[in-house]
Design a protein around this ligand. Structure first.
Ligand code: ADP
Length: 549
């Protein structure tokens, strides 16, 4: 190889550090195990997994060479392995940079030209590796080869790549959304500490020449590789977290366990044994609790997903239902108008005088068609309300006069059923409201009609009153009808809800009128409330709206 081995290496009697095997073998085994595990598990981020494995293989080569170097007395082998170190060193830095790019996300992988620069700068190190520019000769005083000029280049290259890595992490950190900053910071910290632990022996060794101390750097490696492994698989299924906890615990066991073979004094051995027992016990508990948490979280996650799916499906179904009701109702309306029109003409004798029975039947057809039209209108309104398509056109009008007129209109109907319909007003304002005329009239009609339907005998009194301070106007419709129980009062404003006693008086209801009326009142800034002393004791419905003053 052209080295000038002027000194007889055999005279170099080196004392093997106590920690040599302990710091090299278990740490390397753990680092390899972690990265292999991540490589096999990380389906989401294969590239980072593969890079971590590659880094670990370089680490394996490094520790193997180091052990051989401590043990061998073969000068040529020694010089050869030493010369390889410089390449391993820079490769570790380059791979770490590559890994940082991969870990920090899709944007800006290490592009072609960046790879090219790194490779070109690496070439002199590889080409000149076996020359005296790398290692000049074997230094018998320190029992190690003397470093040539190439070492300066190697350190500069390492420093450049380290700076590159730091600035990459910094840029990513400042440009990332705040949610992912912690992850970037942790990744940067882990990668840089990893490089520091790796170069520890170089730094400490060259500064202090204390080779015992240099061994400690290696202990940092498994922990940092574990951290990197965690970052690679972090956002994957929780199972990986469990495996991570297990791996961590096993690492601890191996490290503490192998300590038993290193320490010699009885006190240290007792302490190590006690620590091992404690670690085994606490590790077991840790894994158990993580397992429980994992299972629980998985269950909750699954449940939440199922619920979300069911919710989407329900919303879809609800929408379809509303659409169906709307289409069906529209289709029914026009034929019904024709039926009503012709039945009414027949009943009125527009096509000539009919026998009494036929006239009566025609009148029934007209009445039924009218009820059906009301039901259809209710269904249509429900579907409009639920799909958010109910339109309101607001204007100022006199509510007191409107209610007065409606009472006049319905009085004949009341008399047909031997009921008295009274109207009273007690207002201090002019009774003007800002609302939808048609919808307000529909609500008042609906409430008075209900009183007519559910009052077999007696009277219905309608009172309009206001509260100027509160700027509200109230229409109270009280009847002497079938009344309602406390329980029924709570349900009548819901869709399709009818009291048990309702069928005894009026079979044709749909249970939609009050629901629609309340929704419309609310949309206009008002409300409707119901009150009754109980079954058979009459009811009072109060419809209120804001006064426009
Ligand atoms: P419908 O009258 O078509 O059944 P509504 O939504 O208008 O539907 O009313 C819901 C229920 O409230 C009625 O079925 C009835 O049980 C009760 N109800 C409404 N108005 C009165 C009233 N004035 N007196 C007693 N019960 C009433």
């Amino acid at each position: 190889m052209g080295y000038n081995l002027t000194t007889n290496i055999e005279t170099c009697i080196v004392e093997i550090p106590n920690l040599l095997f302990y710091s090299h073998i278990p740490t390397t085994a753990i680092v390899l195990a972690f990265s292999l595990f991540v490589f096999l598990q990380s389906k989401r981020d294969r590239r980072s997994g593969a890079l971590l494995l590659l880094i670990s293989l370089i680490f394996l080569a490094w520790t193997t060479f180091d052990i051989v170097l401590w043990l061998t007395l073969d000068g040529t082998l020694m010089m050869f392995l030493w010369s390889l170190f410089s390449v391993l060193y820079v490769l570790m830095f380059v791979l770490s940079l590559y890994f940082t790019y991969s870990l920090l996300g899709e944007r800006g992988r290490l592009g072609v030209w960046r790879k090219y620069i790194l490779f070109v700068l690496l070439l002199p190190l590889i080409i000149l590796m076996p020359t005296t520019l790398n290692l000049t000769h074997f230094d018998a005083t320190n029992c190690e080869p003397s470093e040539g000029i190439l070492f300066v280049y190697q350190y500069m290259y390492g420093a450049l790549v380290a700076l590159w890595t730091i600035s990459l992490v910094a840029i990513r950190f400042f440009t990332a959304p705040s949610g992912s900053r912690n992850r970037i910071l942790l990744s940067g910290f882990a990668i840089l500490s990893f490089l520091l632990a790796f170069t520890w022996s170089e730094i400490v060794g060259s500064l202090t020449l204390n080779w015992e101390l240099t061994q400690y750097g290696l202990f940092g490696m498994p922990i940092l590789v574990a951290l990197l492994a965690y970052l690679v698989v972090q956002y994957k299924i929780f199972n990986v977290k469990l495996l991570g906890a297990q791996a961590l615990v096993v690492t601890l066991w191996v490290l503490v366990g192998s300590l038993l073979f290193v320490v010699k004094s009885p006190t240290s051995q007792v302490i190590s044994t006690a620590t091992l027992i404690f670690t085994v016990f606490s590790g077991y508990l840790l894994v158990k609790s993580v397992k429980q948490e994992v299972l629980q979280r998985e269950r909750i996650e699954k449940l939440a997903k199922d619920l979300e799916k069911a919710n989407v499906r329900l919303k879809e179904l609800d929408k379809q239902k509303s659409e169906f009701v709307s289409i069906a109702s529209h289709q029914l309306r026009s034929p019904l108008t024709a039926i009503r029109g012709y039945a009414s003409m027949l009943a009125e004798g527009s096509f000539g005088k009919l026998p009494a029975k036929a006239m009566e039947s025609a009148a029934r057809i007209e009445e039924s068609a009218k009820l059906m039209a009301i039901s259809i209108e209710d269904y249509l309104n429900v579907s409009r309300i639920e799909s958010g398509n109910m339109k309101y056109s607001l204007s100022d009008f006199n509510l007191r006069d409107m209610v007065d007129n409606i009472c006049d209109d319905l009085r004949a109907e009341a008399m047909k059923h031997n009921l008295i319909l009274l109207f009273r007003s007690d207002i201090k304002s002019r009774g003007i409201v800002h609302a939808d005329v048609g919808k307000t009239s529909q609500i008042v009609h609906n409430l008075i009609n209900n009183s007519l339907k559910y009052t077999p005998k007696g009277s219905i009194s309608v009172l309009v009153r206001d509260d100027v301070k509160k700027k509200r106007i109230y229409i109270e419709i009280s009847d002497t009808g079938i009344g309602m129980s406390e329980k029924t009062l709570h349900t009548i404003f819901q869709k399709f809800e009818r009291a048990n006693n309702a069928n005894s008086v009026n079979v044709s209801g749909t249970g939609l009128g009050l629901y629609v009326a309340l929704k419309m009142a609310e949309a206009m800034g008002g409300t409707i409330s119901a009150h009754s002393e109980g079954d058979g004791k009459g009811s009072t419905f109060t419809f209120e709206l804001p006064l426009a003053m």
